[in-house]
Ligand binder design. Sequence first.
Ligand SMILES: CC(C)(COP(=O)(O)OP(=O)(O)OC[C@H]1O[C@@H](n2cnc3c(N)ncnc32)[C@H](O)[C@@H]1OP(=O)(O)O)[C@@H](O)C(=O)NCCC(=O)NCCS
Length: 165
Amino acid sequence: MEGKTPTETHIQDHTYKVFPNDLNSKGTAFGGMIMSQLDRLAAVVAERHSGQTCVTASVDSMHFLAPAHRGDHLIFKVSMNHAWRTSMEIGAKVYAEDPRSGERRHMVSVYFTFVAINDNEKPTPVPPLICETRDEKRRSEEAQIRRERRKAEAEETKERRADQI
Ligand SMILES: CC(C)(COP(=O)(O)OP(=O)(O)OC[C@H]1O[C@@H](n2cnc3c(N)ncnc32)[C@H](O)[C@@H]1OP(=O)(O)O)[C@@H](O)C(=O)NCCC(=O)NCCS
């Protein structure tokens, strides 16, 4: 299978304007709307890379570092960090941009794992990721560390559940 580079599939500056129907009861952008947008965009990157239908397997913990306000522009940056056998880690960052000053605040960073699915609904192999730049290589190495951590956490959770039964 021929590999792809992150720049062949990434989403660089997807921009969304926050309107009143996007607000929570405190009057700032509703986190669930941002999470939904992120999941969709990450799915696009996973499907561009794999050429298959992809499902969300997991989302790493997500912290909202700053709020976005009515009228702000949300800037989404989404790209492939690592491709394993059938799964891929996609990293996403969101900035809130003030429309008047142009100032950008970092709102959210998050990592998704997507799995490519074949016509029989089974996980199916994906092309390798070709990392060329120093940043791409760093992101790929960090993704590998996170994968090991996720696996260890999943194992711990399984053992804890087994103990509770
Ligand atoms: C994700 C899913 C396809 C994995 O299926 P599975 O039968 O457990 O598959 P496997 O154990 O063979 O694992 C397949 C790959 O998924 C990865 N994976 C499975 N569960 C995972 C999880 N919770 N987090 C991260 N990766 C996971 C495995 O590491 C493996 O990766 P690799 O092939 O690159 O090494 C399955 O659990 C599923 O369909 N979940 C529901 C997905 C969904 O409905 N999402 C929301 C709507 S899109």
